[in-house]
Design a protein around this ligand. Structure first.
Ligand code: HMG
Length: 374
C-alpha cells in the first residue's frame, strides 16, 4: 500500500525583517548574515498571530470537505507551546470544521516532532486505509534581541495531509539516530531557548554523518535552521548534490528563517516550487534534525500529480506580498509578542489585523485563548 503526503500547505506571516536592516542595527557586517549564515529575511508574527493562527491559515489553505470528513487524527508539532496541558490543535477543531470524532494531540521533540508525527501518521493510515491524518508544524523561532541566534529567527507553519492516496509523495521508512545532547533546549522557566550554537551545528553534523547513504540523490531536503546549514550538511555527504540543486532546496528557507518543525517541509516546498524539471517518480532524500537530539534520514518518491496538489498561486502571492519592517517596528512587534505570550488577559485591537488574514487571536481570558475566523 502506498502511504504518504497527499497535501502540503504553508503559511508565513506577511511581516518580515530584512537581514541587512538587522546587520546595520547590530553594527555587524551584513555579509555575515547574508553570506556566512545565508539568510535574507526573517518572517515575524504580527500582532494578531501566534502558532495557532499560523497553523489555521496553513491548514485552511489545503483542506476540502473530503479531508474534513476523513481526518480522524490531528498531530500538532510545536516547540512554541501556548499551554502545558491543552493541545494547541483543540483550539483549531471547530474553526476548521473537523468532525467531532477526531483525536488531537500535540507532539514535541524540538524540530524533529513533525517528522516523528509524519511516521506515526503513515503507520496509522496503513492500519486504517480510509483515514487521513492532519499534521501541523507551527513555530515562532525566537531567541531574543541582540543574541547570537537573532539572525536565525523566523516564524511559519506547515500543514500536511497524510493518506493512502498520496498525490504529492510516497514516504518510505527512515533511519533514526537518537542521542542525549545539550545543544539546544527550552526549560519551562524560560521563554527563549538555551543554545550552544557551535555544539548544535556539530550535533546536527554528527547525527547526519551516522546515516548510511548508499546511493546518490538528485535532491536532499534538509532541516534548515539557517540556509548555510544546508551547505554544511551537503558538504559532509558522500554524494553531495550540485550547487544548483542546493540553491533550489534553500530558497524559501533563506526568505523565511528558521520555522523549527516546518523547516524541513519548507525546504520540500521550495524544491516543488522552484525545480526546473518534472519531479514525477523522482526519489529524493530528506534529513530531519531536532536538537536534544534526534536525526532521521528518509526518502520520498514524488507522484505523477504532485504539481496539481500544490496551490502554486497562493504560495507565490504569499512570498510576493510581504511587508518589510524597520528595526523600530521589529522591536515593537516582538516586544508586543513577548508581553502578550506572558499575559493571562489580552484583547486584540482592530488596527492590528492585516487584510490577508483569515484567522486572528482575538483575546486571551484567564489564559484561555479565543480565535476568530474573519
Ligand atoms: P555566531 O557565533 O554569531 O556566528 O553564530 P559565527 O561567528 O559562527 O559566524 C557565522 C558564519 O558567518 C561563519 O561561517 C563565519 O565565518 C561567517 P562558518 O565558519 O560557519 O562557515 N562570517 C562571515 N561571512 C562573510 N562575511 C563576513 C562574515 N563574518 C562571519 N563578514 C550561529 C552563528 C548559527 C551559531 C547562531 O546564529 C546560533 O546560535 N543560532 C541558533 C542555533 C542554530 O541555528 N543551530 C543550528 C543547528 S541546531 C538545529 O538545527 C536545531 C534548531 O533548529 C532547534 C531545534 O531543533 O528545535 C536550532
Amino acid at each position: 500500500m502506498k502511504v504518504g503526503i497527499d497535501k502540503l500547505g504553508f503559511y508565513a506571516p506577511k511581516t518580515y525583517l530584512d537581514l541587512e536592516t538587522l546587520a546595520q542595527a547590530r553594527n555587524v557586517d551584513s555579509h555575515k548574515y547574508t553570506i556566512g549564515i545565508g539568510q535574507k529575511k526573517m518572517a515575524l508574527p504580527s500582532y494578531s498571530e501566534d502558532v495557532i493562527t499560523m497553523a489555521l491559515e496553513a491548514a485552511d489553505s489545503i483542506l476540502d470537505d473530503l479531508d474534513k470528513q476523513s481526518i480522524d487524527t490531528v498531530l500538532f508539532a510545536t516547540e512554541t507551546a501556548v499551554d502545558f496541558s491543552k493541545a494547541a490543535g483543540i483550539y483549531m477543531h471547530s474553526l476548521l470544521g473537523l468532525k467531532p470524532s477526531v483525536r488531537i494531540l500535540e507532539v514535541k521533540q524540538a524540530c524533529y516532532a513533525s517528522t516523528g508525527a509524519l511516521f506515526m501518521a503513515c503507520d496509522h493510515v496503513k492500519v486504517h486505509p480510509s483515514a487521513r491524518v492532519l499534521i501541523l508544524a507551527s513555530d515562532v523561532a525566537w531567541y531574543g534581541f541582540e543574541t547570537a541566534g537573532e539572525a536565525t529567527q523566523g516564524a511559519g507553519a506547515i500543514a500536511m495531509v497524510v493518506s493512502a492516496q498520496p498525490r504529492i509523495a510516497e514516504v518510505f521508512e527512515g533511519q533514526v539516530i537518537t542521542e542525549n545532547r545539550s545543544d539546544f533546549y527550552r526549560p519551562s522557566y524560560s521563554s527563549i531557548p538555551v543554545v550552544d550554537g557551535k555544539l548544535s551545528i556539530e550535533s546536527y553534523k554528527t547525527l547526519l554523518k551516522k546515516v548510511e547513504m548508499k546511493v546518490s540523490f538528485p535532491y536532499i531536503c534538509f532541516h534548515m535552521p539557517f540556509a548555510k546549514m544546508a551547505n554544511k550538511a551537503n558538504e559532509i555527504l558522500e554524494f553531495p548534490m550540485s550547487d544548483e540543486n542546493l540553491n533550489i532546496i534553500k530558497d524559501y528557507g533563506s526568505e523565511i528563517g528558521n520555522i523549527y518543525n516546518g523547516s524541513l517541509y519548507l525546504s520540500l516546498l521550495s524544491l516543488i516550487m522552484k525545480a526546473n524539471e518534472d519531479l514525477s517518480q523522482q526519489t529524493i532524500g530528506m534529513f530531519s534534525y531536532g536538537s536534544g537530539a534526534i536525526g532521521e534520514f528518509f526518502t520520498i518518491t514524488f507522484s505523477n500529480d504532485y504539481n496539481k496538489a500544490i496551490h502554486r498561486k497562493h504560495i507565490d502571492s504569499m512570498f510576493e506580498n510581504r511587508i518589510s519592517l524597520s528595526i523600530k517596528q521589529y522591536h515593537h512587534m516582538m516586544e508586543f509578542y513577548q508581553e502578550r505570550e506572558a499575559s493571562s488577559d489580552f484583547l486584540l485591537e482592530d488596527k492590528y489585523v492585516y487584510d490577508h488574514q483569515k484567522f486572528v487571536l482575538h483575546a486571551i481570558s484567564k489564559g484561555h485563548r479565543e480565535y476568530k475566523r474573519i
